[in-house]
Each structure stands twice: as structure tokens, then as C-alpha cells.
Design a protein around this ligand. Structure first.
Ligand code: ZN
Length: 66
């Protein structure tokens, strides 16, 4: 079955540009990218995890208590 067309009412703010940073002429990726979707898809950062909005891949952040 064909996927239903989603109305483009909500325009999701594109924050992808924030995921890149150029330092000394070198492009750095500030965010993690989805291992499933590839380098073009960034993971959304949450408190204790990062998730992919595309495939819902979730990666938990191991953060040691200080
Ligand atoms: Zn993904």
C-alpha cells in the first residue's frame, strides 16, 4: 500500500545546520549520526539517549555520575 501523504502543516525546524561546525577549515560533526540511516541523518539528543527521527533507532548515553 502506498504511504498516505502527510500534510505539510507543521514545518519542522531544521536544526541540521547546527550539527555541523567548521573548525580550522575542517568540517566537524557535533552530533551523532544514525548508524542505520547513514551519515546524513542525525540523532536527536535527549537527556539520557539519542534517537533517530527517521528509523527510531535509540542509543542510550552512558554517563557516569560525578
Ligand atoms: Zn535512523
Amino acid at each position: 500500500m502506498a504511504a498516505p501523504q502527510k500534510p505539510a502543516k507543521k514545518s519542522r525546524s531544521n536544526k541540521v545546520y547546527k550539527a555541523y561546525k567548521v573548525e580550522g577549515g575542517v568540517l566537524k560533526r557535533l552530533r551523532k549520526t544514525c548508524p542505520k540511516c547513514g551519515a546524513g541523518v542525525f540523532l536527536a539528543e535527549h537527556k539520557n539517549r539519542t534517537t533517530c527521527g527517521n528509523c527510531h533507532y535509540t542509543e542510550f548515553i552512558k554517563r557516569e555520575k560525578q
